[in-house]
Design a protein around this ligand. Sequence first.
Ligand code: SF4
Length: 396
Amino acid sequence: PSQQTFTNTIIPRRKTRPVRVANVTVGGGFPVVVQSMINEDTLDVKASIDAIRRLHEIGCEIVRVTVPSLAHAKAVADIKQKLKVTYQDVPLVADVHHNGMKIALEVAKHVDKVRINPGLYVFEKPNTNRTEYTQAEFDEIGDKIRETLEPLVLCLRDQGKAMRIGVNHGSLAERMLFTYGDTPEGMVQSALEFIRICESLDFRNLVISLKASRVPVMIAAYRLMALRMDELGMDYPLHLGVTEAGDGEYGRIKSTAGIATLLADGIGDTIRVSLTEAPEKEIPVCYSILQALGLRKTMVEYVACPSCGRTLFNLEEVLHQVREATKHLTGLDIAVMGCIVNGPGEMADADYGYVGKQPGYISLYRGREEIKKVPESQGVEELINLIKADGRWVDP
Ligand code: SF4
């Protein structure tokens, strides 16, 4: 790496082709797209519409639904149509299995993107005595996959729709496992096989994912995929995620460890944080990851010191009050600091500062300039007045 690598504070992103998913573009230098998935039964049209709408309203830009049967595929048509009429045309992705190619072809007429899992395109019968695949056997199965996949690829291509080739570490096809092992290489080869089939049919509206529940495996797989694609002159966008990340604090940390590490490498064009919680809980985590990395700014950035023996007010409580009063604003950086001992530079050049001055008093800053000293009891109100005076306030 050159010195520039270490001095550039804006993350340079891997160059990818733009892939349109209805009115959202994944890749091509567009902002990293936030996705999630509803967990309603798609046959329940009303509940699905409500769930999709709830997610979309809080910032989920592409919504995925499962389509396990032909009846589900038909229900998706209804869902899409009703959403358009009663709300708006939300970009929808359908998850389908190969053994339902009819399902895939039906649902491809109604959604904007279809997600397939290469590991589910299995033609060989399980054979416990087998220890390897000959090249001929390997290729023969490859031909069957091509035959099966072709109608779906042509259908999506001809409609200008997209496909996600979504490899999962936990469901690699047996022949990939035997040939490349249970490794990131096996995941990458699995994706490349499907990419090549699509390319041979002149279809390139592809997004690739290589999810795993173990963060180091997932990171290695995406890095290897990015490297291989660069070597092969492929520029497909990547969809990042840690599968089965669980719930609560550790689920969020696990997802962030995997997704943010790759984003910091410049890898990744769309993300999903998979939590064992209501899908609405995933969206703020996605936006926080993107904001922390400076990739998207969708909320106020709060800078706050951890407090110490010098702290002149109840920092935790004041930070909470400031956040409650200002969290609806966008594009601002607000610092809340216990004291100014190390100078205004500590506020990381925030737009506004709320800083402990002396017992019972705080100082308000605009950038590095101290504007006024006010009693602590009026601190939050005066901060709001300052933001208002600068014309940067909007009512919640
Ligand atoms: Fe302590 Fe002041 Fe630093 Fe906050 S800013 S941690 S109060 S020295």
